[in-house]
Design a protein around this ligand. Structure first.
Ligand SMILES: Cc1cc2nc3c(=O)[nH]c(=O)nc-3n(C[C@H](O)[C@H](O)[C@H](O)COP(=O)(O)OP(=O)(O)OC[C@H]3O[C@@H](n4cnc5c(N)ncnc54)[C@H](O)[C@@H]3O)c2cc1C
Length: 294
């Protein structure tokens, strides 16, 4: 199996930050993926499955293992009485799912407009916005399970088996579960109504998020009953800069890369935010973003 060597991960993340992966491989089929994981296990290499890299902070020194970029993205629509059953591979860009749904007059994905990343990444983190999340529309998930003795088997997880919670799922707690594909059900709706909802969501996003700079979306999860952004703002940290990284002036739960940010700058800002919020409110903020190589 041929892996690329020393591939910059900054290019593969929306933050545009991070050092190289020692080895890098693009899996274009399920067999490719299985083979790559098997090889990594045989070589005693750490491996990491990358989606769209939109929820990720990669260390400046990079990742001393194999990054497998998951690019399988076939999508199939099967008509039902009141809507459609959609079967999509995990590498499908979420944006494509949103756009194809609206084209077909299907409701249920409007909230996801302009959320970057893949279906697999969205399922793992139970991505959501405007009071909805991917858990609402998932029927079942096809999963590759890597067992103790490094053998692999495919399993179906029904929605309740995924243990979805706020930005949470079973997949977040077990890196031996790789999401291969998912079955989604969406209902028919008037196309104009769908487009109207999406337009409103997009307007809100543009108004409240710093979309002009590289970022990884919200850095922290909202603690129960609080908005992480508001807590950060009340600590006077809005606009705070460390070298090329800045707590956004538009949305305090976003850290933006002003151009030359290093992971260590972002890391310092994250530490500072956690410390100040804890000091002022006694609340421990937990990260929504994932770390790689730290
Ligand atoms: C501008 C902006 C706006 C955003 N807005 C939102 C928002 O409104 N709501 C929201 O929830 N998020 C938002 N995000 C964050 C991000 O887009 C989502 O969390 C997205 O679902 C991450 O998917 P990804 O494919 O990019 O995952 P990645 O960043 O590639 O990976 C994230 C984690 O998922 C794992 N993973 C990826 N694919 C698989 C797979 N097939 N099987 C198992 N594990 C896998 C990775 O190993 C990693 O641990 C935003 C990000 C940006 C940059």
């Amino acid at each position: 199996m041929k892996f690329k060597k020393n591939v910059s991960l900054a290019k593969h993340t929306t933050f545009k930050i991070g050092g190289p992966a020692k080895y890098f491989y693009i899996a274009k089929t399920k067999q490719d993926l299985i083979k790559a994981i098997k090889t990594a296990k045989e070589l005693n290499l750490l491996f990491f499955v990358l989606g769209g890299g939109s929820n990720l902070l990669v260390a400046d020194k990079g990742f001393d293992g194999l990054v497998i970029k998951y690019q399988m993205s076939v999508i199939n629509f099967l008509p039902l009485k009141a809507g459609f059953k959609i079967v999509a591979e995990a590498g499908l860009p979420l944006e494509k799912l949103v756009n194809t749904s609206v084209e077909k007059g299907l409701t249920g994905m409007e909230w996801a407009i302009r959320i970057p990343g893949t279906l697999g990444g969205a399922i793992r983190g139970n991505a959501g916005a405007f009071g909805s999340s991917i858990a609402d529309i998932i029927k079942e998930v096809e999963v590759l399970e890597i067992t103790e003795n490094s053998s692999q088997q495919t399993k179906i997880f029904k929605n309740k088996d995924c243990k979805f919670g706020y930005r949470d799922s079973i997949f977040k707690h077990n890196s031996n579960l790789i999401i291969l594909s998912a079955e989604i059900q969406l209902k028919k709706e008037n196309k104009k109504e769908i487009q109207k909802k999406m337009k409103e969501h997009l307007k809100q996003r543009k108004k409240t998020q710093p979309l002009g700079f590289p970022s990884a979306g919200s850095i922290f999860k909202n603690p129960k009953g609080f908005s992480a952004g508001e807590l950060i703002e009340k600590c006077g940290l809005k606009g705070k800069k460390i070298n090329g990284a800045q707590i956004s002036e538009i949305h305090s739960n976003f850290i933006v890369n002003l151009g030359q940010a290093k992971a260590k700058d972002v890391e310092k800002l994250i530490k500072l935010v956690k410390q100040k919020v804890k000091q002022k409110f006694g609340i421990e903020l937990g990260e929504e973003i994932q770390y790689l190589g730290f």
